[in-house]
Ligand binder design. Structure first.
Ligand code: AMP
Length: 221
């Protein structure tokens, strides 16, 4: 089963994907993380990718080239894609690469949040470069200051969590999101989630939807 999480930076998509992954067979795949991993280094390609992360959204060719390779070699069948669709042109691109591995987008969660709250959350975000866990100084602090609870690595802030880059990313997001949400709504596979609530409350609502989805699949089989 493939779940797609839509939502502005700071809406909590990756945090919720991590929570689901801890208690299920779903693997979180963040296109942002895939690109960040490829951007470490000083080669021309690495520099190009790094620049694209701080600029407007990366090109479809780059994101989908990388995602296609990743999915091809990924084990398992249950994925949560976070941020994989950010422009309407990517809807059919995602359909195509999923079809190649015998999958489709089964359900979409649209994390809704105001830009003011997104900016507030991003200003407190910390990130583990090693295991990709997300933390937040205000809403999800690590047990030991600046250390990842899962792997013990030192936490850092993301290079693109600076006011200028946040502004660009959010304005790009709002430019395209309505069209994307409309398409998945038309397909009847989208749930809107009020992402301004606590991590626990959002997790409970997603659980409820997942329970129904998985139950429906069982009945079909
Ligand atoms: P994230 O970690 O989800 O905040 O993504 C970080 C950055 O990766 C974004 O600001 C984009 O530059 C790039 N990115 C990730 N996914 C996509 C996508 N589907 N389309 C275009 N750019 C993307």
């Amino acid at each position: 089963m493939v779940l797609l999480f839509l939502g502005a930076s700071g809406s909590g998509k990756d945090t919720q994907a991590e929570i689901i992954a801890l208690k299920s067979s779903f693997q979180p795949i963040s296109t942002g993380n895939l690109l960040r991993d490829l951007s470490n280094g000083a080669s021309v390609v690495q520099t190009y990718i790094r620049k694209s992360l701080n600029d407007k959204f990366s090109s479809d060719e780059l994101v989908y080239g990388v995602l296609q390779i990743y999915l091809k070699y990924c084990r398992g069948e249950d994925f949560i894609l976070t941020g994989a669709v950010r422009r309407a042109t990517q809807i059919t691109k995602l359909d195509d690469i999923l079809e190649k591995i015998g999958q489709k987008v089964d359900f979409v969660f649209n994390f809704q949040i105001s830009s003011e709250l997104a900016i507030e959350r991003l200003s407190g975000r910390l990130f583990c470069r090693v295991c990709k866990s997300n933390y937040n100084l205000k809403t999800k602090n690590s047990k030991i200051e600046d250390k990842c609870d899962k792997c013990g690595s030192i936490l850092s802030t993301r290079e693109d969590d600076n006011p200028e880059s946040i502004k660009i990313r959010l304005s790009e997001f709002y430019k395209y999101n309505t069209e994307i949400v409309e398409e998945y709504s038309k397909r009847g596979i989208l749930a809107n989630i009020d992402a301004s609530r606590s991590i626990e409350d959002v997790a409970k609502e997603i659980d409820m939807h997942l329970h129904k989805l998985i139950h429906k699949e069982d009945n079909i089989i």
